[in-house]
Design a protein around this ligand. Sequence first.
Ligand SMILES: [Fe+2]
Length: 486
Amino acid sequence: MNAPVPAHNLAPFGDDYGPLLQGVYAPVADECQLTELPLLQGAIPADLNGVYLRAGPNTRFAPNGRYHPFDGDGMVHAAQFAAGRLTYRNRWVRTDAWKEEDAAGKSTFYGIRETLKGRPDKRLKDSANTDMVAHAGRALALWYMSGDAYELDPTTLETLGKSQAVTASGGGISAHAKVDEIAEELMFFDYGLEAPYMHYGVVGPDGKLKHYVPIDLPGPRLPHDMAITEHYAVLHDLPLFHDPEALKLGRHKICFFPDVPTRFGVIPRLGASDSIRWFEFSPCFVYHVVNAWEDGDWVEMVGCRYMPVRHADGSIDANRTARDVAELVMHARLWHWRMNLRTGESQERELDGERNVEFPTYNSARTGRFTRYGYLVDHSDVNTLQWAGIRKYDLTTGECLSAWSDSLEHSWYSEPWFASADNPQSEDHGYVIAFQWHDQLQRQTLDIFDARDLNQGPVAQVAMPVRIPLGFHGCWMAAHRMKAKV
Ligand SMILES: [Fe+2]
């Protein structure tokens, strides 16, 4: 068991590092385990069993220079449900970098805004702070720039070590690997600065590397997500990538290229490199996919299209687009892309032109299979990681079926996840779970909604005696998947 870290190990952070270490973003000092938490309303459903895991940055030592949330040491916050009882835990992921800085008693890395000062041996710190994926009884903490897959015990949050499958590949793994919960296979991609610039792999239910192939891209790219269907993986080649001149100088500067198409590559789950088929679409960045599935000859993918910022004359403002992407300020619309494997045809359409929705979730038991419902947050047009409400969408029509936002202003939700009820009778028979920070009241809660109708508001709201800083991605791990099979 990882020993708890006492609060006095933390340096106080002043205003020197920018706004994203202050207020709702400020890290917490302690690791804890809490039970008997007071209910503000409702009751914990008895048919909700499993754990909601949410990753995010929680910087431990004062940064070396300017700070970006991608730099913060990964901390996992967990709400575990068992027969109507709730346990909250939080733990840092014990990455190699965490251990190194723990021994040094200070930051030994430079962040994404200080890459010119970065170390020659490790340009950036793999903080494992971005995404949580549940596979083969383990929770995996992943990093957006491709790094190691840190395996955690989903109950204790103890860091067990690195995924042997990813280590065996000789490469890394990006955030947003996808798990087919029916086959219990994990599909992942790795990307980097060296040709062929991407690899694609599959980990079997036994935790062993089953498939691993290079994917040729035109140059170093910055994909953020991927998708799977029952028989295929969908890999992303997007027109937002490093400024080639800045890259030569070792600087981290991203550019949007409005004349370069978006490409999605469809590869059979265990396909060879040359079996990938690329489909072109209108230029855009995509942070997050909702889900994908097959329909006859079509591969269908629903996601959040990052809408390029435009000048007054309608032309794309490439600089502002790249800057907003880098600052995690999102202008996204729910979008539907289709790829015909027989004819090679591409189709795309906007599903909801009105709302800026992101950080999508759905019933992950159906990853890669048709899902009618998605649950997304109302994203701020200007602020980083501040999400004021939760919406349920019909992914086939783009209709918002129900929604909830707190009546208080400045209330921010974490990325919610759908959790099936025991013995579900339908795709949406279950709950939507999210942490919520009420800034006016300085109050943290855990909110549980009936996924069939968010308009009712939470069916249970639990008061949390500790703050949970705004963060990144979560996942739901049903109780029957929490036992390690390997
Ligand atoms: Fe992400």
